[in-house]
Design a protein around this ligand. Structure first.
Ligand code: 26W
Length: 812
């Protein structure tokens, strides 16, 4: 390992610059310098990485195989510097070279290999496992293009490709020599094996190669470096040869592209599965590679696979990787001579399933026609798993044929398809939701028959976020303030934030706390100016709503609140001077094919254009919508926020994790009784959380009774005036029909009951303003939010998984 000194660092850095980048310092570009810096930091981690591998292999303990189609990692450099305690040394060393660490940091393009919550959660979890010294391999896909880059053209979202690999990828280690072949298509054949048993052989039609790319996952100051292994698709020789032999060179090259398409791009839909063939190819591709990898590379050659569950526990991050279940069955039966029962015994011990949604349309169902064509052997195995399972159901509930049909993994309508959530549930030892309310609704509403049959299978693990990235790195000023008060232990033991509680009443601490918030706002102001040309006014309440754009999350409700305030000033119902100065920041990407979401983005931008320049408002209301919200921007936005908007319709947001990040950074939440908000409110205390809206049973009741949004429009004058202002064309250059789709959807359908919760939301915003006007009271609440949110560390989530699901423990 290079020496932990400024001199040693400089030597290493210049060496990397000269030998890796092939440039002298004086001729080097900022990108050269960044790449050399990344290599330098990697060199510090390398010995630990190798040692971690050796230690884990020797110990033969159980590894967590986290199977996730998405990892939303965020920038790597800062996290690596933090994990190696090199920040100060790097700052000084670079300064000696005439360079500025902050500038080099900005060079890094974050790997955006995920859509939102699910992908970011995976990144937090692998960080926590490394920090807790738990052996884990994260498995996923190395998309060449991650989540699209969002731009706005005349207020409308326009997607650009995310070329995150274009300027070099210093954090990855390709291992083409360890490539794995993955088969697709073809048919199956029966034959009689040497032992006289009937066997099945899969005769695939085509195949691709999976090339592993390893990434370091460093623990915080503990010497452990786990691995994230992402697979990239490449054409196989065999694949090429067939076609080359036919003499069609151009076709052969096209075939290569076809194979490589598999890992080309992340699907940007985060709730409506499109049932696209390529998506199923991606899912099978990465789990087939990952299972083979562990069995062939990580386990010793003579390992008895009957004991596989002693050495690996696979966590299914939603249903996306569940095709791993029939794949493991196939490997054991067809390639390792297991009987069906033996294979099932092993397989059903190896998997656990986390569900991340409640929206019925987000539950994956793959048409049997497609699955059978792409993976004929897997289709057979799924049918057989289903048959055995239904036999079990019939035995448990004799005569209840309707129940058996309901529980079948095979749906018959609207077309024959495999319900992946049912397959996941049947094959897994444990099934969990991601917040208390979500887990309860999962049991009672999504999988009631299954929870009745196997009550002990269901459990809850409330999500968490890593305090390393989302406090220590993103909010160094608050981190220092906390450490000065209670010492540094909180970074790996977040419950210790409780020790801050008494400081909520210490005047000097409160002043310092406000200074931190002000400095974070100033930092954000500078960033938004430079990044987006946005001017943030001074002294405003900073009200932030950042998350994917989705109707259930109700960005439109936030917008109605703003338009309502604006309308009241325009029409003279209130004086501008009586409006609490407020800046609302939105950050949101819409799935490219999600029309309503894109229209909502357009409407927000049009309202922003009008409100921001309206003289009547006297600068007291401002909307900022920086494009391309991502992890990097979140790290600057969240520490600056005063108010966190978590306003989904109750029963719709599985957990939310942004909500936790805001609370930990001293923002107060305005939110519904939904997802992890429920737990946040319970922990920080009712007085320090602005609750509004219907709760889940009330939502269900209103839905059952028949919800008519028009009633709310007709009976609520202010709501009517607000919607009428939009309908008048005021925000759409006189074209009154521009936003018909959004407004009429609210008026006629409003699936997520924004109009029903409007009044209560506005009232809660009034309470926010009251509290904000009392600086001391607000600061006290903010400090208590920090002090009482330690529960939401992903370290705690991982402890819960270890104890209740994986039954393994950190290495000693
Ligand atoms: C295209 C199919 C599809 C369907 C669902 C893709 C992705 C999904 C995900 C499950 C959506 C997702 O990211 N869910 C979020 O997961 C977070 C982590 O558990 C939760 O905090 C969020 O509430 C949940 O929306």
């Amino acid at each position: 390992m290079p020496s932990h000194s400024v001199d040693g660092f400089v030597r290493e850095f210049l060496h990397e610059l000269n030998t890796n980048q092939g440039v002298m310092l004086s001729r080097s570009s900022a990108n050269d310098q960044y790449l050399a810096l990344a290599s330098t930091v990697k060199n510090y981690l390398m010995a630990r990485w190798l040692e971690t591998g050796r230690k884990t292999r020797d110990a033969k303990t159980k590894t967590v195989g986290y199977l996730s189609a998405e990892y939303l990692l965020g920038r790597q450099l800062d996290n690596a510097l933090l994990a190696t305690d090199l920040n100060e040394i790097a700052t000084k060393g670079l300064a000696l070279c005439g360079l500025d660490l902050a500038t080099l940091r900005e060079q890094e393009v974050e790997p955006g290999l995920g859509n939102g919550g699910l992908g970011r959660l995976a990144a937090c979890f692998i960080d926590s496992l490394a920090t807790m010294d738990v052996p884990c391999i994260g498995y996923g896909i190395r998309y060449e293009y991650g989540i699209f880059r969002q731009t706005f053209v005349e207020g409308r979202q326009v997607e650009q490709p995310d070329t995150w690999l274009a300027l070099g990828a210093p954090w990855e280690f390709p291992h083409p020599e360890a490539s794995v072949q993955v088969n697709f298509g073809g048919h199956t054949e029966k034959y009689v094996g040497a032992d006289g048993r009937e066997r099945t052989r899969w005769v695939p039609a085509w195949n691709v190669l999976g090339v592993p790319y390893n990434y370091m996952v460093p623990g915080y100051l503990n010497g452990r470096v786990n691995t994230l292994r992402l697979w990239s698709a490449q054409a196989t020789k065999a694949f090429d040869l067939q076609i080359f032999n036919s003499g069609d060179y151009a076709q052969a090259v096209r075939a290569q592209t076809f194979a490589e398409n598999i890992s080309k791009v992340l699907y940007p839909e985060d709730s409506t599965p499109q049932g696209k063939e390529l998506r199923l190819q991606q899912q099978y591709f990465f789990v087939a590679c990952s299972l083979r990898d562990f069995i062939d590379q990580e386990l010793e050659e003579d390992f008895d696979l009957h004991n596989l569950a002693d050495r690996i526990t696979y966590q299914l991050n939603d249903t996306h990787p569940v095709i791993a279940v029939p794949e493991l069955m196939r490997l054991l039966i067809d390639e390792h001579d297991f009987s069906w029962d033996e294979a099932w015994e092993v397989t059903s011990k190896c998997f656990d399933y986390t569900c991340h949604t409640l929206l019925p349309e987000a539950l994956e169902v793959w048409p049997t026609e497609l699955l059978g064509r792409l993976l004929p052997r897997h289709m057979e195995i799924i049918y057989q798993i289903n048959e055995q399972f239904l036999a079990e159901v019939r035995e448990a509930f004799p005569g209840d044929e309707i129940r058996a049909r309901r529980m079948s993994m095979i749906a018959e309508f609207p077309e024959r398809g495999v319900r992946m959530a049912y397959l996941s549930t049947v094959a897994s030892s444990k099934v969990n939701g991601v917040a208390e309310l979500h887990s309860q609704l999962l049991r009672d509403k999504v999988l009631p028959d299954f929870s009745e049959m196997w009550p002990e299978k269901f459990t809850n693990v409330t999500n968490g976020v890593t305090p390393r990235r989302f406090v220590k790195l993103s909010n160094p000023k608050l981190s220092n303030l906390i450490t000065d008060a209670i010492g540094p232990g909180w970074v790996t033991d977040l419950e210790r934030l409780k020790e801050l509680e008494p400081y909520a009443d210490v005047p000097e601490f409160k002043v310092a706390f406000r200074e931190v918030k002000a400095a974070n706002k100033a930092r954000l102001t500078a960033l938004l100016k430079q990044r987006d040309g946005i001017d943030l006014p001074d002294g405003h309440l900073l009200d932030v709503m950042v998350k994917r754009l989705h109707e259930y999350k109700r960005q439109s409700l936030k917008l109605l609140h703003i338009v309502s305030l604006y309308e009241q000033v325009l029409s003279g119902k209130i004086a501008a001077a009586d409006v609490t100065p407020r800046t609302v920041v939105f950050g949101a990407k819409a799935a490219p094919g999600y029309k309503m979401a894109k229209d909502t983005i357009h409407l927000i931008n049009m309202v922003a254009a009008k409100v921001n320049s309206a003289p009547e408002i006297e600068g007291r209301l401002k909307i900022a919508f920086p494009a391309n919200y991502n992890v990097t921007l979140a790290e600057k936005l969240i520490p600056a926020a005063d108010l966190s908007e978590q306003i989904s319709l109750a029963g719709m947001e599985a957990s939310g994790t942004g909500n936790m990040k805001f609370a930990l950074n001293g923002a107060l939440t305005i939110g519904t009784d939904d997802g992890a908000n429920v737990e946040i409110r319970r922990l920080v205390g009712d007085k320090h959380f602005f609750l509004f809206g219907m709760n889940e049973p009330q939502v269900a009741e209103l839905g059952a009774k028949g919800y008519n949004p028009g009633d709310y429009y007709e009976s609520n004058q202010q709501l009517k005036a607000t919607l009428d202002l939009i309908l008048s064309g005021h925000f759409s250059d006189g074209d009154p029909h521009l936003f018909d789709a959004v407004v009429y959807n609210l008026l006629n359908q409003d699936r997520f009951m924004a109009l029903a919760d409007f009044d209560s939301y506005v009232e809660a915003q009034g309470k926010v303003e009251e509290r904000y006007a009392d600086e001391e009271a607000w600061t006290r609440s903010a400090i208590l939010n920090v002090a009482r949110s330690g529960y939401f560390s992903s370290d705690r989530s991982m402890r819960d998984y270890l104890q209740r699901i994986w039954h393994t423990s950190p290495m000693i």
